[in-house]
Every structure is written in structure tokens, then in C-alpha cells.
Write a protein that binds this ligand. Structure first.
Ligand code: UDP
Ligand code: MG
Length: 319
């Protein structure tokens, strides 16, 4: 019989955890297969740590990983997958925006279709700002346009993955992991599951604009070389404009329709325009060099402080 893991990243989620655990556990109790929940505490500064510790004492099927500080949502999910030894895993947000009640249907679909991945596609989204709805819609379509692999649009990390996919994921050494992209990228049989995304049950989003921007730029830079090609294209266009301008000015001087001394406006326009093009292209290069720098340093993606209820590596077990 296959074992199922639920992986839940948590950052300052004291307001939702008790209810989140109760609802998830309720669903897991109805399943016949062995189950566990892996909570990854991503360096929370509120009561998340003590709440998770208390749950792990009362329920031995709840495993907890405490990070040494806040590393981010994607590293937290990555740690969950790395520490998972089950045959199937579902990635779930702590705030219940992805209802755990759907898990039995997702499992049934996986079994029926013998799929390696069931990715959950949001038909609608409750309780999000217009800004988030619009930017996220644009982001997924833009990513599809820029990336060398096709991604399903409007899907988050809420999905079921099997051992085959987890094994391939565990071989990936890159640091700026865009997990939903990487899971599409591995291939195998991947099928959609449509659902209505709910509002967060309590608390605030843990994704402020700064984290959203970092997430989006990582996705773009790790999955596409098109910005570099576009920078080259921009350079060519600028050169072309420069040539046209030069011809126009020279011919104008000879024929006499141009009075070059009064050409302050055109010169300033050209200087500012080409200055901008150069800064932009150097900036794009800089982004990729920054990534190379991070990858070469090869620091771990996250640091585990200690864990609860993992019997495999007791050296890092919390006292
Ligand atoms: N999260 C995390 N580390 C972070 C930010 C978020 O582990 O630095 C977790 C958070 O606790 C939640 C999930 O990632 O379980 C998604 O975050 P959130 O619901 O705040 O994002 P939103 O749904 O608003 O995009
Ligand atoms: Mg959320």
C-alpha cells in the first residue's frame, strides 16, 4: 500500500495552524493508506514553532523541520520534498487556500490515470487583491511565452507528485528553484485537476511585493535565456537607429536641409536613448552573472535547525 505525505511550508502561521492541522487530519483519517504530514517551519518568529512542536508530540505521524531562519517558500517546499520518504506527496499551503478536502479526489484521479503528477489548476480565486489577480495572470502567460518549456497556466505548487518525480527533483542542484516549473520540466505523465481556490482562513499573506518580485525574477532567469536575446535585439535596433540618424544628419548637412549646430534636441535624445539601452543590456547581463555567482558559491538552499519525529537522522532531532 502506498504511503502519502502532505508537505506544508509555514511562515508565521500561528493564526491558521490549529485549524489547518485539524482539517488536514480529518481528511487523512478517511484514507486507507498510511499517511503523514511534514510541516516545514521556515524560520517563523511567532508561535508557529511551539504550535508545531505540540502537534508533533500528540501525533507521531506529524513530522516537523525547523529552519535556522526564514529562507522562503520555495526552499521550504524543497526541504519537505528532500525529507519525504513516501510514495506520493501533496504540497499544500498552511492557510487552507488549497482545500485539503480535495485530496481524496486528487488521489483517485492519480490512481485512475496512473499519473506521476496531478497539478491543481485554479478555476477561480477568492480573497485576493485585484493587483495579485492581474499580475499573476500576466506572469503565467508571460512565463509561458519566455520559457523554453511549456508550463500549465494558473497553477501554484498545490499538486500531487509521485516517487519518480521526487527522485528526479532531488537530483536538481540549482539554488533558485522555481518548483512548479521544475516539476513540469521533468516530464512523465502530468494531468490537471480543476478547483476553486479559497480565501486564506486567517492571518495575512506572507508574500509581500518584494517576495513576489524575487519569485518572478527567479522563475524568469532560471527558465529563460530570452532576456539575453532580447538585449541583443535591442542593441541591434539601437545601432540601426544610430545609422539612420547619422545618414540623415550627414545628408542633411550636404543638401542643406539640416542645420547641425541647432541639433541639441536630437543629440540629447540620442545620448539618453543609447545610454538607456546600454544600461539596460548591462543590467540584464548582470542578472545572469548574479545567478552564476550564487550557483558557484553553492551554499545550501536552506539550513535545518532541528527536526521532530524523523527517525532516520536523529543527530538533528530537536531535544
Ligand atoms: N511561506 C513560507 N515562507 C515564506 C513565505 C511563505 O513558508 O517566506 C508559506 C506560507 O506559510 C504559506 C505558503 O508559503 O503556507 C504560501 O504563502 P501565502 O499564503 O502567504 O502566499 P499567498 O497565498 O498569499 O500567495
Ligand atoms: Mg496563501
Amino acid at each position: 500500500m502506498k504511503k502519502l505525505s502532505i508537505i506544508v511550508p509555514c511562515y508565521n502561521e500561528e493564526a491558521v495552524l490549529a485549524e489547518s492541522y485539524r482539517r488536514t487530519k480529518e481528511v487523512l483519517k478517511q484514507l486507507t493508506c498510511p499517511t503523514e504530514i511534514i510541516y516545514v517551519n521556515d524560520g517563523s518568529r511567532d508561535a508557529t514553532r511551539s504550535i508545531l512542536d505540540a502537534i508533533s508530540v500528540s501525533d507521531p505521524t506529524v513530522k516537523v523541520i525547523h529552519f535556522s531562519r526564514n529562507f522562503g517558500h520555495q526552499p521550504a517546499v524543497t526541504a519537505g520534498i528532500h525529507h519525504c520518504d513516501a510514495d506520493l506527496a501533496v504540497i499544500l499551503d498552511a492557510d487552507m487556500q488549497d482545500p485539503p478536502e480535495l485530496i481524496p479526489d486528487i488521489l483517485a484521479l492519480q490512481e485512475k490515470e496512473e499519473a506521476n503528477v496531478v497539478f491543481c489548476v485554479r478555476k477561480s480565486r477568492e480573497g485576493e487583491s485585484n493587483f495579485k489577480l492581474i499580475t499573476s495572470r500576466l506572469f503565467y502567460r508571460f512565463m509561458n511565452h519566455m520559457s523554453e518549456v511549456a508550463f500549465p497556466v494558473d497553477t501554484g505548487d498545490f499538486r500531487l507528485i509521485d516517487r519518480k518525480v521526487m527522485n528526479e527533483f532531488n537530483r536538481m542542484r540549482e539554488h533558485g528553484k522555481y518548483i512548479r516549473g521544475l516539476i513540469s520540466w521533468v516530464g512523465f505523465k502530468q494531468i490537471p485537476f480543476f478547483y476553486e481556490r479559497e480565501a486564506r482562513i486567517a492571518g495575512e499573506t506572507k508574500y509581500p511585493l518584494s517576495k513576489m518580485l524575487k519569485f518572478a525574477s527567479n522563475a524568469l532567469l532560471y527558465f529563460s535565456k530570452k532576456p539575453l536575446k532580447m538585449a541583443t535585439g535591442l542593441g541591434f535596433t539601437a545601432v540601426l537607429i544610430g545609422i539612420i540618424l547619422a545618414v540623415w544628419v550627414t545628408v542633411g548637412k550636404i543638401i542643406g536641409y539640416s542645420n547641425a549646430e541647432t541639433g541639441w534636441t536630437s543629440i540629447m535624445t540620442a545620448v539618453v536613448f543609447f545610454g538607456g539601452v546600454q544600461l539596460l543590456t548591462v543590467g540584464v547581463l548582470g542578472q545572469y552573472i548574479g545567478i552564476l555567482f550564487d550557483e558557484i558559491k553553492a551554499r545550501p538552499e536552506y539550513i535545518v535547525d532541528c527536526t521532530k519525529n524523523f527517525n532516520t537522522n536523529p543527530s538533528v532531532s530537536c531535544t
